[in-house]
Design a protein around this ligand. Structure first.
Ligand code: FAD
Ligand code: NAP
Length: 271
């Protein structure tokens, strides 16, 4: 029996963790994959939240924060993950297969939730890399289309193969029984690839500057307006910091679960 198989045998739930089974794994490229796991009936979360995921460690479970990429109503939980070659968790996690077990935290949390934003008309979801994950949850939840007229999902990555879920997003989530009608009319997807040839190649700040972010099919002003626009950001900390400063100076206030505002942020990783 392999070390991993031996470890899998001794997974046991605790007060903080349940033990779940991997259902499916999808490898996007050499440094990105997504997978689905069983969802315990007791597990409640709001679309956009994150949770701890892990595998057995030397003395205690090896856990990391993961945004949930599936919407709150879904039967299974979906996660989108980086593969860090020497990463304590993802060096192992990238080898999971259907039937394997892993730990799931019992307490999801997070600020990328609709409740942390004031009502508005246009919602901008700005992501880099795996920062896309919480927005895949939100755009597959009918609730977000009730709250906002137009939703723009921006995904900035280094190379074309990093555009996870590109086919689904380019089709406006066609085939999704709960949101396909609203997504067709209300969701626009703006992928940008910064280190390979692609139709859009600017970083998100450049797309704001040159107006690409506000291009068709988006209607309304060609700049951010704190009266009608709401923003969520997830990804690289440097991107979040510089854009947050831009929003603060344009009259946007950061929101939280306790005090909703015009924008909210969450880093996609520490480091
Ligand atoms: C709130 C929150 C939500 C997160 N959600 C996700 C998620 O949905 N998907 C995901 O893959 N990771 C996510 N992460 C990062 C995740 O917790 C781990 O860092 C990641 O799984 C790597 O774990 P590791 O043990 O292999 O390496 P670590 O020791 O945790 O990381 C090693 C180094 O790899 C880099 N790194 C780690 N994660 C990423 C990443 N996602 N993108 C780019 N560089 C990274 C950093 O430079 C880090 O210092 C999230 C982190 C936080 C704080
Ligand atoms: N994705 C890959 O192809 C790749 C390959 C091998 C290894 N890795 C490893 O994986 C880790 C994460 O890579 P990643 O591609 O997910 O994340 P990343 O380096 O943060 O890049 C993701 C996207 O964010 C953009 N970005 C980065 N900083 C920004 C800022 N301050 N403002 C605006 N946009 C910004 C990048 O543009 P720029 O391209 O202009 O920086 C890119 O489009 C890296 O540390 C790397 O070691 C990644």
């Amino acid at each position: 029996m392999s070390d991993r198989a031996a470890a899998a045998r001794i997974l046991a739930p605790s007060d903080a963790l349940t033990v779940e089974t991997v259902r499916a794994v999808r490898h996007w490229n050499d440094h990105l994959f997504s997978f689905t796991i069983t969802r315990p009936s007791s597990f409640r979360f709001r679309s956009g939240e994150f949770v701890m995921i892990g595998l057995p460690g030397e003395r205690r479970p090896l856990l990391r924060a993961y945004s949930i990429a599936s919407p709150a109503w879904a039967e299974e939980l979906e996660l989108l993950s980086i593969k860090v070659p020497d990463g304590p968790l993802t060096a192992q996690l990238q080898r999971i297969e259907p039937g394997d077990q892993l730990f799931l935290g019992r307490k999801p949390t997070g600020t990328l939730v609709a409740d942390a934003l004031l009502p508005g008309r246009r919602l901008f979801l700005l992501s880099t890399g795996t920062g896309l994950a919480p927005f895949m949850s939100l755009v597959r939840d009918p609730d977000i289309y009730e709250r906002f007229n137009q939703i723009v999902l921006v995904h900035s990555v280094r190379q074309v193969s990093d555009l996870a879920y590109r086919t689904e997003l380019e089709s406006h989530l066609a085939g999704d029984p709960l949101v396909q009608d609203q997504a067709l009319l209300q969701l626009s997807y703006l992928p940008t690839v910064t280190r390979e040839r692609f139709r859009t190649t600017g970083r998100i700040d450049a797309l704001i500057e040159d107006g690409t972010l506000f291009g068709p099919p988006l209607r309304g002003p060609k700049a951010f307006d704190p009266e009608i626009d709401r923003v969520m950001m997830c990804g690289s900390m440097t991107m979040i910091r510089s854009l947050a400063a831009r929003f603060e100076s344009s009259g946007f206030a950061e929101g939280s679960n306790a005090a909703p505002g015009q924008y909210v942020i969450e880093r996609a990783f520490v480091g």
